[in-house]
Ligand binder design. Structure first.
Ligand code: ADP
Ligand code: TRP
Length: 331
Protein backbone atom coordinates (compact mmCIF):
# COMPACT_ATOMS: atom_id res chain seq x y z
CA UNK A 1 0.00 0.00 0.00
CA UNK A 2 1.07 3.54 -0.68
CA UNK A 3 4.21 2.50 -2.50
CA UNK A 4 6.62 5.21 -3.61
CA UNK A 5 6.97 5.77 -7.33
CA UNK A 6 10.16 5.34 -9.33
CA UNK A 7 10.11 6.80 -12.84
CA UNK A 8 12.68 7.10 -15.56
CA UNK A 9 12.86 7.93 -19.25
CA UNK A 10 15.03 6.18 -21.79
CA UNK A 11 16.05 8.20 -24.80
CA UNK A 12 16.06 6.06 -27.95
CA UNK A 13 19.17 7.58 -29.47
CA UNK A 14 21.46 4.56 -29.72
CA UNK A 15 21.67 0.77 -29.74
CA UNK A 16 21.75 -0.33 -26.07
CA UNK A 17 25.24 -1.32 -24.95
CA UNK A 18 26.89 -2.81 -21.87
CA UNK A 19 27.31 0.63 -20.31
CA UNK A 20 23.58 1.24 -20.58
CA UNK A 21 22.86 -2.19 -19.13
CA UNK A 22 25.04 -1.90 -16.03
CA UNK A 23 24.61 1.84 -15.61
CA UNK A 24 20.91 2.28 -16.30
CA UNK A 25 18.84 -0.83 -17.09
CA UNK A 26 19.97 -3.10 -14.26
CA UNK A 27 19.78 -0.53 -11.45
CA UNK A 28 16.38 0.73 -12.64
CA UNK A 29 15.02 -2.83 -12.73
CA UNK A 30 16.35 -3.41 -9.21
CA UNK A 31 14.54 -0.29 -8.05
CA UNK A 32 11.39 -1.64 -9.68
CA UNK A 33 11.41 -4.48 -7.16
CA UNK A 34 11.22 -2.01 -4.33
CA UNK A 35 8.96 0.71 -5.70
CA UNK A 36 6.09 1.10 -8.10
CA UNK A 37 7.92 1.68 -11.36
CA UNK A 38 6.98 3.73 -14.40
CA UNK A 39 9.53 3.50 -17.18
CA UNK A 40 9.02 5.03 -20.59
CA UNK A 41 10.72 5.60 -23.91
CA UNK A 42 11.40 9.30 -24.34
CA UNK A 43 10.90 9.43 -28.09
CA UNK A 44 10.03 13.13 -28.21
CA UNK A 45 13.27 13.89 -26.40
CA UNK A 46 15.10 11.85 -29.05
CA UNK A 47 13.46 13.90 -31.81
CA UNK A 48 15.76 16.78 -30.88
CA UNK A 49 18.65 14.88 -32.41
CA UNK A 50 17.14 12.13 -34.57
CA UNK A 51 15.33 13.56 -37.55
CA UNK A 52 15.19 10.40 -39.65
CA UNK A 53 11.79 8.69 -39.10
CA UNK A 54 13.03 5.20 -39.77
CA UNK A 55 15.94 5.55 -37.41
CA UNK A 56 13.74 6.94 -34.64
CA UNK A 57 11.24 4.11 -35.06
CA UNK A 58 13.94 1.43 -35.18
CA UNK A 59 15.74 2.76 -32.12
CA UNK A 60 12.47 2.90 -30.20
CA UNK A 61 11.96 -0.81 -30.87
CA UNK A 62 15.61 -1.57 -30.03
CA UNK A 63 15.34 0.13 -26.69
CA UNK A 64 11.94 -1.36 -25.83
CA UNK A 65 13.10 -4.87 -26.78
CA UNK A 66 16.31 -4.46 -24.78
CA UNK A 67 14.55 -3.44 -21.57
CA UNK A 68 11.98 -6.20 -21.93
CA UNK A 69 14.69 -8.78 -22.58
CA UNK A 70 16.67 -7.62 -19.57
CA UNK A 71 13.73 -8.49 -17.35
CA UNK A 72 11.32 -5.58 -17.36
CA UNK A 73 7.98 -7.20 -16.59
CA UNK A 74 5.24 -5.08 -18.19
CA UNK A 75 2.71 -6.60 -15.80
CA UNK A 76 4.56 -5.02 -12.91
CA UNK A 77 6.24 -1.99 -14.46
CA UNK A 78 4.23 0.59 -16.34
CA UNK A 79 6.07 0.66 -19.67
CA UNK A 80 5.03 3.12 -22.36
CA UNK A 81 6.09 5.53 -25.06
CA UNK A 82 6.22 9.18 -24.08
CA UNK A 83 4.49 10.11 -27.35
CA UNK A 84 1.51 7.92 -26.44
CA UNK A 85 0.76 10.09 -23.40
CA UNK A 86 -0.39 13.45 -24.79
CA UNK A 87 -1.02 14.80 -21.29
CA UNK A 88 2.77 15.12 -21.04
CA UNK A 89 2.71 17.83 -23.67
CA UNK A 90 -0.18 19.69 -22.10
CA UNK A 91 1.62 19.66 -18.77
CA UNK A 92 4.75 20.86 -20.52
CA UNK A 93 2.82 23.96 -21.67
CA UNK A 94 1.60 24.58 -18.13
CA UNK A 95 5.14 24.28 -16.78
CA UNK A 96 6.55 26.79 -19.28
CA UNK A 97 4.38 29.49 -17.67
CA UNK A 98 6.21 28.92 -14.38
CA UNK A 99 9.75 28.41 -15.66
CA UNK A 100 12.04 31.38 -15.85
CA UNK A 101 14.13 31.70 -18.97
CA UNK A 102 17.16 32.15 -16.72
CA UNK A 103 16.68 28.65 -15.35
CA UNK A 104 16.84 27.26 -18.89
CA UNK A 105 19.87 29.43 -19.71
CA UNK A 106 21.70 27.71 -16.86
CA UNK A 107 20.90 24.18 -18.02
CA UNK A 108 24.18 22.31 -18.71
CA UNK A 109 22.93 20.49 -21.80
CA UNK A 110 22.10 23.78 -23.50
CA UNK A 111 25.01 25.73 -22.04
CA UNK A 112 27.61 23.24 -23.20
CA UNK A 113 26.48 23.69 -26.82
CA UNK A 114 26.53 27.49 -26.44
CA UNK A 115 30.04 27.31 -24.96
CA UNK A 116 31.24 25.02 -27.74
CA UNK A 117 29.82 27.46 -30.33
CA UNK A 118 31.53 30.41 -28.68
CA UNK A 119 34.82 28.55 -28.56
CA UNK A 120 34.60 27.88 -32.30
CA UNK A 121 33.78 31.55 -32.89
CA UNK A 122 30.33 30.55 -34.19
CA UNK A 123 27.02 32.23 -33.37
CA UNK A 124 26.12 31.14 -29.78
CA UNK A 125 22.73 29.87 -31.00
CA UNK A 126 24.21 27.85 -33.86
CA UNK A 127 22.54 24.43 -34.18
CA UNK A 128 20.40 24.97 -31.07
CA UNK A 129 16.74 24.15 -31.48
CA UNK A 130 14.06 25.12 -28.97
CA UNK A 131 13.71 21.44 -28.09
CA UNK A 132 17.21 21.51 -26.64
CA UNK A 133 16.57 24.80 -24.86
CA UNK A 134 13.33 23.62 -23.25
CA UNK A 135 14.48 20.00 -22.82
CA UNK A 136 14.35 20.22 -19.01
CA UNK A 137 10.71 21.41 -19.11
CA UNK A 138 9.55 18.40 -21.13
CA UNK A 139 11.52 16.15 -18.79
CA UNK A 140 9.91 17.87 -15.78
CA UNK A 141 6.51 17.17 -17.35
CA UNK A 142 7.40 13.47 -17.70
CA UNK A 143 8.36 13.34 -14.05
CA UNK A 144 5.65 15.51 -12.46
CA UNK A 145 2.75 14.05 -14.45
CA UNK A 146 3.19 10.74 -12.64
CA UNK A 147 3.88 12.08 -9.15
CA UNK A 148 7.30 10.48 -9.16
CA UNK A 149 9.14 10.20 -5.86
CA UNK A 150 12.37 8.79 -7.26
CA UNK A 151 14.05 9.27 -10.61
CA UNK A 152 16.93 6.84 -11.29
CA UNK A 153 19.26 8.47 -13.83
CA UNK A 154 22.92 8.95 -14.66
CA UNK A 155 24.75 11.82 -12.94
CA UNK A 156 24.63 13.83 -16.14
CA UNK A 157 20.86 14.12 -15.58
CA UNK A 158 21.11 15.38 -11.99
CA UNK A 159 20.53 18.99 -12.92
CA UNK A 160 17.44 18.10 -14.95
CA UNK A 161 15.84 16.33 -11.99
CA UNK A 162 16.67 19.32 -9.80
CA UNK A 163 15.05 21.64 -12.32
CA UNK A 164 11.90 19.48 -12.21
CA UNK A 165 11.87 19.74 -8.41
CA UNK A 166 12.43 23.48 -8.67
CA UNK A 167 9.51 24.00 -11.06
CA UNK A 168 7.25 21.79 -8.91
CA UNK A 169 8.09 23.87 -5.86
CA UNK A 170 7.39 27.13 -7.67
CA UNK A 171 3.94 25.88 -8.69
CA UNK A 172 3.09 24.37 -5.31
CA UNK A 173 3.98 27.63 -3.60
CA UNK A 174 2.04 29.73 -6.10
CA UNK A 175 -1.16 27.74 -5.45
CA UNK A 176 -0.31 27.15 -1.79
CA UNK A 177 -1.09 23.51 -2.37
CA UNK A 178 0.87 20.31 -3.02
CA UNK A 179 -0.14 20.02 -6.70
CA UNK A 180 3.03 18.06 -7.45
CA UNK A 181 5.18 15.58 -5.62
CA UNK A 182 8.74 16.86 -5.33
CA UNK A 183 10.97 14.33 -7.15
CA UNK A 184 14.34 13.15 -5.95
CA UNK A 185 17.11 11.83 -8.22
CA UNK A 186 18.67 8.44 -7.55
CA UNK A 187 22.18 8.30 -8.90
CA UNK A 188 23.84 5.48 -7.00
CA UNK A 189 22.85 2.81 -9.52
CA UNK A 190 25.74 3.99 -11.63
CA UNK A 191 28.59 3.35 -9.24
CA UNK A 192 31.00 2.10 -11.82
CA UNK A 193 31.58 3.39 -15.27
CA UNK A 194 31.74 0.59 -17.80
CA UNK A 195 34.78 0.97 -20.03
CA UNK A 196 34.65 0.52 -23.78
CA UNK A 197 36.82 -1.30 -26.29
CA UNK A 198 39.51 1.37 -26.05
CA UNK A 199 39.50 1.71 -22.26
CA UNK A 200 37.63 5.04 -22.25
CA UNK A 201 34.05 5.29 -20.90
CA UNK A 202 31.84 3.13 -23.08
CA UNK A 203 29.70 5.56 -25.06
CA UNK A 204 28.12 5.78 -28.47
CA UNK A 205 29.84 9.16 -28.82
CA UNK A 206 33.24 7.43 -28.65
CA UNK A 207 32.23 4.62 -30.99
CA UNK A 208 33.72 2.10 -28.55
CA UNK A 209 30.61 0.25 -27.45
CA UNK A 210 29.81 -3.41 -27.08
CA UNK A 211 26.12 -3.70 -28.05
CA UNK A 212 24.15 -5.89 -25.67
CA UNK A 213 22.39 -8.10 -28.15
CA UNK A 214 24.41 -8.50 -31.33
CA UNK A 215 24.55 -12.04 -32.74
CA UNK A 216 27.02 -14.40 -31.09
CA UNK A 217 29.54 -14.37 -33.92
CA UNK A 218 29.64 -10.60 -34.04
CA UNK A 219 29.96 -10.42 -30.28
CA UNK A 220 33.04 -12.64 -30.40
CA UNK A 221 34.49 -10.54 -33.20
CA UNK A 222 33.96 -7.29 -31.34
CA UNK A 223 35.45 -8.66 -28.11
CA UNK A 224 38.58 -9.58 -30.04
CA UNK A 225 38.94 -5.84 -30.77
CA UNK A 226 39.36 -4.86 -27.12
CA UNK A 227 42.58 -2.91 -26.85
CA UNK A 228 45.31 -4.62 -24.79
CA UNK A 229 49.01 -4.06 -24.37
CA UNK A 230 51.49 -5.89 -26.58
CA UNK A 231 52.77 -8.44 -24.06
CA UNK A 232 53.84 -11.85 -25.34
CA UNK A 233 51.91 -15.01 -24.49
CA UNK A 234 54.59 -16.21 -22.07
CA UNK A 235 54.64 -13.00 -20.03
CA UNK A 236 52.81 -12.63 -16.72
CA UNK A 237 49.95 -10.13 -17.01
CA UNK A 238 48.17 -7.74 -14.64
CA UNK A 239 44.38 -8.25 -14.44
CA UNK A 240 43.69 -5.00 -12.53
CA UNK A 241 44.73 -2.74 -15.38
CA UNK A 242 43.38 -4.83 -18.25
CA UNK A 243 40.31 -3.81 -20.31
CA UNK A 244 39.43 -7.44 -20.99
CA UNK A 245 39.43 -8.26 -17.29
CA UNK A 246 37.40 -5.15 -16.42
CA UNK A 247 34.58 -6.38 -18.65
CA UNK A 248 35.02 -9.99 -17.52
CA UNK A 249 34.39 -8.90 -13.92
CA UNK A 250 30.93 -7.67 -14.86
CA UNK A 251 29.84 -11.16 -15.88
CA UNK A 252 31.98 -13.65 -13.96
CA UNK A 253 31.49 -15.15 -10.50
CA UNK A 254 34.15 -14.52 -7.87
CA UNK A 255 35.61 -18.00 -8.46
CA UNK A 256 35.78 -17.43 -12.21
CA UNK A 257 37.48 -14.08 -11.61
CA UNK A 258 40.04 -15.65 -9.28
CA UNK A 259 40.78 -18.40 -11.78
CA UNK A 260 41.30 -16.02 -14.69
CA UNK A 261 43.38 -13.65 -12.53
CA UNK A 262 45.64 -16.57 -11.63
CA UNK A 263 46.09 -17.36 -15.32
CA UNK A 264 47.02 -13.73 -15.98
CA UNK A 265 49.63 -13.71 -13.24
CA UNK A 266 51.26 -17.02 -14.08
CA UNK A 267 51.94 -16.15 -17.73
CA UNK A 268 51.44 -18.51 -20.64
CA UNK A 269 48.07 -17.06 -21.60
CA UNK A 270 47.77 -14.90 -24.71
CA UNK A 271 45.22 -12.10 -25.18
CA UNK A 272 43.27 -14.23 -27.64
CA UNK A 273 42.70 -16.83 -24.96
CA UNK A 274 41.65 -14.23 -22.37
CA UNK A 275 39.19 -12.74 -24.84
CA UNK A 276 37.79 -16.16 -25.70
CA UNK A 277 37.25 -16.77 -21.98
CA UNK A 278 35.47 -13.43 -21.75
CA UNK A 279 33.32 -14.27 -24.75
CA UNK A 280 32.21 -17.62 -23.33
CA UNK A 281 31.41 -16.28 -19.89
CA UNK A 282 29.62 -13.23 -21.19
CA UNK A 283 27.71 -15.13 -23.83
CA UNK A 284 26.41 -17.60 -21.25
CA UNK A 285 24.88 -14.71 -19.29
CA UNK A 286 23.56 -12.83 -22.29
CA UNK A 287 22.22 -15.70 -24.38
CA UNK A 288 18.89 -16.22 -22.58
CA UNK A 289 18.21 -12.49 -22.78
CA UNK A 290 19.30 -12.34 -26.41
CA UNK A 291 16.85 -15.12 -27.26
CA UNK A 292 13.99 -13.02 -25.91
CA UNK A 293 15.32 -9.97 -27.73
CA UNK A 294 15.55 -11.84 -31.05
CA UNK A 295 12.03 -13.11 -30.58
CA UNK A 296 10.64 -9.61 -29.93
CA UNK A 297 12.54 -8.03 -32.80
CA UNK A 298 11.33 -10.75 -35.17
CA UNK A 299 7.73 -9.85 -34.35
CA UNK A 300 7.54 -6.20 -33.39
CA UNK A 301 3.77 -6.39 -32.99
CA UNK A 302 4.50 -7.99 -29.61
CA UNK A 303 6.35 -4.85 -28.60
CA UNK A 304 3.56 -2.66 -29.98
CA UNK A 305 1.00 -4.56 -27.93
CA UNK A 306 2.96 -4.22 -24.72
CA UNK A 307 3.50 -0.49 -25.27
CA UNK A 308 -0.13 0.08 -26.24
CA UNK A 309 -1.31 -1.57 -23.06
CA UNK A 310 1.22 0.47 -21.10
CA UNK A 311 -0.02 3.66 -22.72
CA UNK A 312 -3.60 2.82 -21.83
CA UNK A 313 -2.72 2.29 -18.18
CA UNK A 314 -0.49 5.37 -18.13
CA UNK A 315 -3.27 7.53 -19.52
CA UNK A 316 -5.68 6.43 -16.83
CA UNK A 317 -3.30 8.11 -14.42
CA UNK A 318 -2.22 11.06 -16.55
CA UNK A 319 -5.69 12.08 -17.69
CA UNK A 320 -6.87 12.28 -14.08
CA UNK A 321 -3.82 14.32 -13.17
CA UNK A 322 -4.38 16.78 -16.01
CA UNK A 323 -8.08 17.13 -15.20
CA UNK A 324 -7.13 17.86 -11.59
CA UNK A 325 -4.48 20.40 -12.61
CA UNK A 326 -6.81 22.19 -15.01
CA UNK A 327 -9.33 22.64 -12.22
CA UNK A 328 -6.71 23.86 -9.80
CA UNK A 329 -5.20 26.44 -12.15
CA UNK A 330 -8.52 27.73 -13.48
CA UNK A 331 -8.56 26.34 -16.99
P1 ADP B 1 25.94 7.05 -24.42
O1 ADP B 1 27.08 7.56 -23.57
O2 ADP B 1 26.29 5.82 -25.16
O3 ADP B 1 25.36 8.14 -25.29
P2 ADP B 1 23.57 7.50 -22.90
O4 ADP B 1 24.06 8.87 -22.54
O5 ADP B 1 22.42 7.38 -23.83
O6 ADP B 1 24.80 6.64 -23.41
O7 ADP B 1 23.26 6.73 -21.53
C1 ADP B 1 22.01 6.31 -21.08
C2 ADP B 1 22.18 5.79 -19.67
O8 ADP B 1 23.18 4.76 -19.60
C3 ADP B 1 22.60 6.85 -18.66
O9 ADP B 1 21.85 6.65 -17.47
C4 ADP B 1 24.05 6.58 -18.39
O10 ADP B 1 24.40 6.91 -17.07
C5 ADP B 1 24.18 5.09 -18.63
N1 ADP B 1 25.51 4.81 -19.19
C6 ADP B 1 25.90 5.07 -20.46
N2 ADP B 1 27.18 4.68 -20.66
C7 ADP B 1 27.62 4.17 -19.49
C8 ADP B 1 28.86 3.59 -19.05
N3 ADP B 1 29.89 3.47 -19.87
N4 ADP B 1 28.95 3.17 -17.77
C9 ADP B 1 27.89 3.28 -16.93
N5 ADP B 1 26.70 3.81 -17.28
C10 ADP B 1 26.54 4.25 -18.54
N1 TRP C 1 16.97 13.12 -20.33
C1 TRP C 1 17.09 11.72 -20.05
C2 TRP C 1 18.39 11.20 -20.68
O1 TRP C 1 18.95 11.84 -21.53
C3 TRP C 1 15.90 10.94 -20.58
C4 TRP C 1 14.61 11.38 -19.94
C5 TRP C 1 13.60 12.04 -20.54
C6 TRP C 1 14.24 11.18 -18.59
N2 TRP C 1 12.59 12.25 -19.66
C7 TRP C 1 12.94 11.73 -18.44
C8 TRP C 1 14.87 10.57 -17.49
C9 TRP C 1 12.28 11.72 -17.21
C10 TRP C 1 14.19 10.55 -16.26
C11 TRP C 1 12.92 11.13 -16.13
O2 TRP C 1 18.85 10.13 -20.33
Amino acid sequence: MDKKISLTGIKPTGIPHLGNYFGAIKPALQLAQKYEARYFIADYHALNTIKNPRELRDLTYEVAAAWLSCGLDPEKVLFYRQSDVPETFELSVILTAFTSKGLMNRSHAYKSVVDANKEKGADPDHNINMGLFTYPILMAADILLFDSDFVPVGRDQKQHVEIAADIAQTINSNYKKQLFTIPEGVYDGVNETVLGLDGRKMSKSYDNTIPLFIPEKQLRKILMKIVTNSQEVSEAKVPETCNVFAIYKLFASQEQQNALAAKYRSGGMGWGEAKQELFETMNAVIKPMRDIYDDLMADKSKIDKILALGAQKAREISSKKIAFLRREIGI
